[in-house]
Design a protein around this ligand. Structure first.
Ligand SMILES: [Zn+2]
Length: 213
């Protein structure tokens, strides 16, 4: 198979629990899909507003700017409480059903189903229960403490879009210096590691949940 045989999704929907999940997990791939003609959509379910006062608006704004920089037209954000997404799984599913109806995505990108963070896992589980049509579902890798069990089975070459991924992540000014893993060296070295594993300069790794040929 040559590069031209790769299918380009027409509508991509990326789902995250928190602002920055999507850019960490699949920002480079989204930029690439966009370049190849896909329409991009994204939604996150919590703004993490509990972390410091007035954080909610700031985090939502950072997410909107970051997602738009990757080519998402209208990034959606819901205000479910941080770390408590499991208690809201039914409402989250209902919002996902609405997105499915309104957008009809053919590719859905979700957090890793075995992610130890309960919010990431809740979004991933709700998504696989919602998107039961012929959508491809890929799980992305959210770099953080405890993300080491992720073993990719699909690699997307982001050599041409790594800069845009890093640029999107730079919009999350509130997160730099606050979390040990949130720095450019870790973003770049993970992309290089996934690239080294797959023969690309830089890549993002995914685990296929379902895919149709
Ligand atoms: Zn997260």
């Amino acid at each position: 198979m040559g590069p031209s045989s790769r299918p380009t999704p027409s509508k991509v929907l990326a789902l995250g629990a928190h602002p920055d999940d999507i850019e960490l997990g699949c920002g480079g791939s989204l930029a690439r899909f966009r370049d190849e003609g896909s329409e991009l959509h994204s939604a996150v379910f919590s703004t993490c507003g509990d972390e410091t006062p007035a954080d909610s608006k700031l985090r939502a704004r950072e997410y909107a700017v970051a997602a738009k920089s990757l080519g998402v037209k209208r990034p959606v954000v819901y205000g479910f409480p941080n770390r408590e997404l499991p208690e809201h799984r039914h409402k989250i599913m209902r919002e996902m059903e609405r997105l499915q109806e309104d957008l009809g995505p053919d590719l859905v990108l979700i957090p890793f189903l075995e992610d130890p963070h309960q919010d990431h896992e809740t979004v991933a589980r709700a998504a696989i229960r919602t998107f039961r049509r012929r959508e491809t579902i890929l799980q992305f890798e959210i770099l953080r403490y405890g993300s080491h069990t992720f073993t990719p089975s699909l690699f997307i070459d982001i050599t041409g879009t790594l800069d845009r991924k890093l640029d999107a992540l730079r919009r999350y000014k509130s997160q730099f210096g606050r979390r040990a893993y949130f720095d450019e060296e870790s973003f770049r070295s993970l992309a290089r590691t996934r690239g080294a594993q797959s023969g690309y300069s830089y890549a993002e790794g995914f685990v296929v949940y379902k895919m149709f040929w």
